[in-house]
Write a protein that binds this ligand. Sequence first.
Ligand code: 5GP
Ligand code: MN
Length: 329
Amino acid sequence: MTTSPDWAGAVKMLDGADQVCLACHVRPDADALGSMLALAQALATRSAVVLASFGDEPFEVPAVLRFLPGAGLLTPPAEYPAQPEVMVSLDASSIDRLGRLAANATAAGQLIVLDHHASNAGFGALNLVDPRAAATAVLARELIRRLDIPLSQDIALCLYAGLVADTGSFRFSSSTPQVHQLAAELLSTGIDPGVVSRELYDRAPFAYLGMLAAALRRAALDRGAANGRGLVWTTVTRADRAPACLTMDAAESVIDQLRRTDEAEVAIVLKEADDGTWQASVRSKELADVSTPCAALGGGGHVRAAGFAFSGSPDAAITAFKRELDRPA
Ligand code: 5GP
Ligand code: MN
């Protein structure tokens, strides 16, 4: 998407709606859920009825995101209007990323798409898509500003969590002066940044250590992959999580350990869900585009952070990924 966002058009649609239905991508991360709950709480200060959801079944907020305020506005997909009058999709690069709510988005009277994925082709009637934005939270903040709704601490905390998550705690190159200015604005509401980093990154049940140890012990380095720049990968299986009944989101941060590997430009963690299907988290450092190979395998994401789903063996998925990665552009 290269056209500039029609903020005024979006404000008009939202101002005129009696009910606004929000949705973010399945298995939401802090940017998806944070941006959605921020906008939901902002709109709820108006007279409109606000519903927020994501298309996962069972419908459960990931354990690490339960500290985000505004969960009272969440509605399970089964109770979501089949044909929303006005619907807003957040942080979803394509309509299928809405999972069970994709059909509702197709049937919506008016669909606003708020997103920062470069691959977003603009599947809404109105598209607020800006790939230069470090997080969807940046765009959610802009929309809230345009709606002339003041930032409460709860709204700011949700936006801050999204900003922290998608900038790697302000470590990635996406952490521009504007990003830090937004962080300053959000912090000036009085929220505690320590709460966000502790909840998102610095806590886990004791059993997490065993799961992490098992995953790291299996890590494999392929120095020749990624056109000789190296690839490191591992799995987090159902069996790793089973002894302590850890949920799938316990596996989310394993990629942050793997991607440190000096000898590898690309890191992949293959996470087995409870139903035996797999989800791949893929990261690169500064040279490889991982979004194109992920898209070729049915997934997507950003140039340096992407993913795809598959069923079958991890070895077959890695072989297929390497083939796509090394394909000449
Ligand atoms: P993560 O590894 O943190 O789950 O995802 C990293 C990035 O890749 C995010 O921008 C996320 O939206 C995207 N992504 C992860 N899995 C998938 C997938 O299965 N399909 C698509 N289209 N994008 C994905
Ligand atoms: Mn995002």
